[in-house]
Ligand binder design. Structure first.
Ligand code: ASP
Length: 305
């Protein structure tokens, strides 16, 4: 038995926003990313390798706000955040405000595996990437004209814009998996909010808020308005509801996403997996780009409610 689920962001995603061609592009992007993870799990690979591969594929796809295609910050740069966690031993790694790193999720994994730390930021994180020869790319690689127009429209104001609020392109990517050995892992990666200032950091790189994995409960990856996900400690809260209150995976996700987050005004969603073969894809927004797979079944991709 093994399972995997991925997301490509949640928000105001309505059928009227996407042409049939665009929808196919998104579905194909989700499909090829989840297959990158499935290939690893099928050959008895680890959940850790599967979530790394799936998130790397999503980072390389400019349709999603992570890696290539990340949104522009106030200075017209790409400032990316990512995190990863291993449910087997609670090992975790995260990076914030990194620029030029082709695959921030791989850098988060390096932090986890090659340092004694959990979270590195900015130039220090980039130095580690150079040290381990991770690929870097030029600003042209990360450039996307739609994201650029989004930024031009608001760059002279104080406004920041969530990639998925009222916009037609949505952001943040993530994956959760349970491998044949019964181990869980989760990973999340984002370009954050358009026109963000002051090195703003959302929930994505914060272990417990945007990402969490423990074999004694579940693996969770979040997408949505990061400030609210930080305040609600979403990923860890779901794990706690399972571990300390005995909730099922679906119950725990629904309590946090459909009740707790809604009460404080937090829009978005989560993907989650447990060690019993369950997957939950729960969101309180109009849509969430998502795909899931259980061994022996078909890949399911979906966008709208
Ligand atoms: N959670 C991300 C952030 O606040 C954004 C997103 O999920 O689209 O940075």
């Amino acid at each position: 038995m093994f399972t995997i689920a991925i997301h490509g962001g949640a928000g105001t995603i309505l059928p009227s926003d996407l042409t049939a061609e665009k929808e196919i592009l998104y579905r194909n992007g989700l499909d090829s990313a989840i297959r990158a993870g499935i290939n690893i799990l099928e050959s008895k690979g680890t959940a850790m390798d599967a979530v790394t591969a799936a998130v790397t594929a999503l980072e390389n796809n400019p349709l999603f706000n992570a890696g290539k295609g990340s949104v522009f910050n106030h200075l017209g740069r790409h400032e990316m955040d990512a995190s990863i966690m291993d449910g087997k031993n609670l090992a975790a790694g995260a990076v914030t405000c990194v620029t030029g790193v082709k695959n921030p999720v791989q850098l988060a994994r390096l932090v986890m595996e090659k340092t004694e730390h959990v979270m590195l930021c900015g130039s220090g994180a980039e130095e580690l990437a150079h040290q381990f020869k991770l690929p870097f790319e030029s600003p042209e690689y990360f450039f996307d004209s739609f994201r650029h127009d989004q930024w031009i429209a608001i760059r002279d104001s104080e406004a920041t814009q969530l990639d998925h609020s009222g916009e037609k392109k949505f952001g943040t990517v993530g994956a959760v998996a349970c491998d044949m050995h019964g181990n869980l892992a989760a990973a999340t990666s984002t370009g954050g909010m358009t026109n963000k200032k002051y090195n703003r950091i959302g929930d994505t790189p914060v272990i417990g808020a945007g990402t969490y994995a423990s074999d004694s409960s579940c693996a969770v990856s979040c997408t949505g308005h990061g400030e609210f996900f930080l305040r609600a400690v979403v990923a860890y809260d779901i794990a706690c509801l399972m571990q300390y209150k005995g909730c099922s995976l679906e119950e725990a996700c629904r309590i946090v996403v459909l009740d707790k987050l809604v009460k404080i005004g937090g829009e978005g969603g989560v993907i989650a997996a447990d060690t019993k073969g369950n997957i939950s894809l729960v969101f309180n927004s109009a849509g969430m780009y998502r795909a899931s797979f259980k061994a022996g079944e078909m890949v399911q991709t979906a966008i709208y409610r």
